[in-house]
Design a protein around this ligand. Structure first.
Ligand SMILES: [Zn+2]
Length: 598
């Protein structure tokens, strides 16, 4: 066992250069040569007409449909469910490149050795708990408990579920006998010091769920009480050198392969939910174990699949977590679907009593984030008063405005809101700020860039999706327009590109211009993906000076509209008036520009 990142950057570069990209990707999907590119059906999403493109020269792939993009290593990571290091090893092997190891500095080597040692200890203990569950006469109560929950031996063994003895020092004694020190046992979260100076097992008389990383290496444990009245009911490994709660997804090691195949990953609350779902054949399931979904977990999820189903408790904390997650997901090009769980019922109970279909039925009726958000506003609205309904209307409008125009999603949202609030449908869309007629017309003139992004009628788009698409298109146009484009790039600021990410992309394009792909930052996969996306858009689609000017005006309009939305009644009236005037002026210029382009 060794930590990742031990191969020299130079040898990783040589691996990348040795790859025959068309051959590598061609083994996954049929490719057809079109000029300098190869195109085919995307291996990452379901499609009938090809929107997947491979640039054999740059050794990059990109999907205009789902946004999947990257280099050969990323491709192997995504299609084989391997991590970076393993993917590099696979490619080196396949294309006959010898990998060189980095010479570690002594401190780093020391850290790696210690980590490996602690992992050995945790692994040893996991195996011990496992044996104890299946072999000890004391484990009968625990086995009965698990059996009564409908969990069979196979799934319990697959997930290496175990039992910690109720004796106070079994692990501590055994580990010391195997040569581990008290300090190491404590650092790995397995032992603790008592007030009287004793040293004893942290986990006693509990069902043990090993918490592994994506490669299946056990880093810690989640533990559930067996006895009635045993406190606390759940006890986890505390944060330590190996285990970080916010990074952990229970079951990710077993779910990655199935998720890559199914194209989706299901997120639930608890250990037994994951076990029950796997047992029912829904193996693309992981648990966040009662925490709010973190950024780190989202990143891990986005590596597993592009569609993420959240089947979390219907309580408020779960919902807040979803809304936060939705913002991040939009930025990462993931699709988030929210499953409405019946109050007080968890996924384990659903599949145990009703089989897989009891749960997949819910997945089928999962909502996009806008649908879910609107539902939440309506559920909390005070429908008895006109004031309450107006407030709900105001809260719902921006959500509706962010969905694709003339889509089934918007249509249905509008009807639902109008119905519940008892107002004409026009009220729901009135004054919707995000996509004015001019805006929409502009996106048609700007043409193929925006239309290559398919609008999934069922999914809807978060405000971020729409904004990101407009920004991305404009940056691609800038790149395609050379000198003139660079001038426009320089004029952009945080008013036009409110997200840090897009600002970083702008910086990168300004710094490297047409050589942007050769300087992709290796430590920032999201930025790399965005830059790749934009460079390939710029190469693939025609653009014009008119489109450049229009695109800039469109961003100006969005900037002003954002400022207007940020205004409050009490704010400076003259400033507001000025913004309205500016907006009129921009719209006039857009009209002119469109007349010229048409
Ligand atoms: Zn795709």
């Amino acid at each position: 066992m060794a930590a990742s990142g031990l191969y020299t950057p130079d040898s990783i570069e040589r691996v990348k250069e040795a790859v025959d990209m068309a051959e590598l990707v061609g083994s996954r999907t049929d490719l057809r040569r079109v000029g300098a590119r190869h195109t085919g059906l995307c291996p990452f999403h379901d499609e009938r007409t090809p929107s997947f493109s491979v640039n054999a020269e740059n050794r990059l792939y990109h999907c205009f449909g789902c946004g999947a993009s990257g280099d050969a290593i990323r491709f192997v990571e995504a299609t084989e469910g391997l991590d970076f290091r393993e993917s590099v090893e696979l490619l080196a092997d396949r294309y006959g490149v010898e990998l060189r190891r980095e010479r570690e500095d002594p401190a780093a080597e020391e850290r790696r050795r210690r980590r490996d040692r602690l992992m050995q200890l945790v692994e040893r203990t996991a195996a011990y708990y496992e044996r104890y569950l299946w072999q000890s006469p004391d484990a009968e109560g625990a086995r009965t408990y698990l059996g009564e929950r409908g969990l069979g031996e196979q799934v319990l063994r697959d997930f290496r579920v175990g039992l910690s003895p109720s004796h106070w020092d079994r692990v501590v004694i055994g580990a010391q006998r195997d040569g581990f020190t008290q300090e190491q046992i404590e650092a790995a979260g397995l032992g603790q010091r008592g007030r009287q100076g004793g040293f004893f097992d942290r986990f006693r008389g509990r069902i043990m769920f090993p918490l592994a990383d994506a490669r299946g290496r056990v880093l810690g444990f989640g533990a559930r009480a067996v006895e009635e009245g045993q406190q606390p009911k759940y006890l986890n490994t505390s944060e330590n050198e190996l285990y970080h709660k916010g990074r952990q997804l229970f079951g990710i090691d077993r779910a990655r392969g199935p998720a890559a195949r199914a194209g989706r990953v299901v997120v639930v609350e608890g250990y037994t939910d994951v076990l029950a779902l796997h047992q029912a054949g829904i193996a693309e399931s992981v648990a966040i174990m009662g925490t709010a979904l973190t950024q780190e977990q989202l990143v891990e999820l986005s590596r597993a699949a592009s569609v993420v189903f959240l089947a979390l408790d219907a309580d408020r904390s779960g919902r807040e977590a979803m809304l936060r997650a939705a913002r991040t997901a939009g930025e990462r090009g993931m699709e988030l679907r929210v499953v409405s769980m019946p109050e007080g019922v968890d996924p384990a109970e659903l599949v145990t009593s009703g089989g897989a279909s009891g749960f997949t039925g819910l997945l089928d009726s999962a909502q996009s984030v806008p649908e879910f958000q609107v539902g939440r506003v309506l559920a909390e609205a005070d429908l008895a008063t006109a004031h309450g309904r107006d407030r709900a209307l105001a809260a719902v409008r921006p959500i509706v405005a962010a969905t694709p125009e003339r889509s089934a999603t918007r249509d249905e949202l509008v009807r639902r809101v109008a119905d519940r609030l008892d107002v004409p449908a026009g009220y729901v869309t009135a004054g919707a700020p995000a996509r004015s007629a001019v805006d929409l017309q502009a996106s048609r003139v700007l043409g193929p860039h925006t239309s290559t992004v398919p609008v999934r009628a069922t999914s809807g788009a978060s405000p971020l999706d729409t904004a990101a698409r407009v920004e991305r298109t404009f940056l691609a146009t800038c790149l395609a327009q050379g000198e003139r484009g660079t001038e426009y790039l320089r004029r952009l600021d945080s008013g036009h590109l409110p997200s840090e990410r897009m600002l970083a992309v702008r910086e990168h394009l300004l710094a490297h211009g047409s050589a942007s792909l050769e300087h992709l930052p290796s430590g920032d996969p999201t930025l790399s993906a965005l830059v790749t996306d934009i460079v390939m858009l710029a190469e693939a689609e025609p653009s014009s000076e008119g489109a450049l000017r229009l695109g800039f005006l469109q961003l100006e309009l969005r900037r002003i509209e954002r400022q207007l939305r940020g205004q409050h009644e009490a704010d400076d009236v003259s400033r507001q008036t000025r913004l309205y005037r500016e907006r009129e002026e921009i719209r006039r210029q857009m009209g002119e520009a469109m007349a010229e382009t048409a």
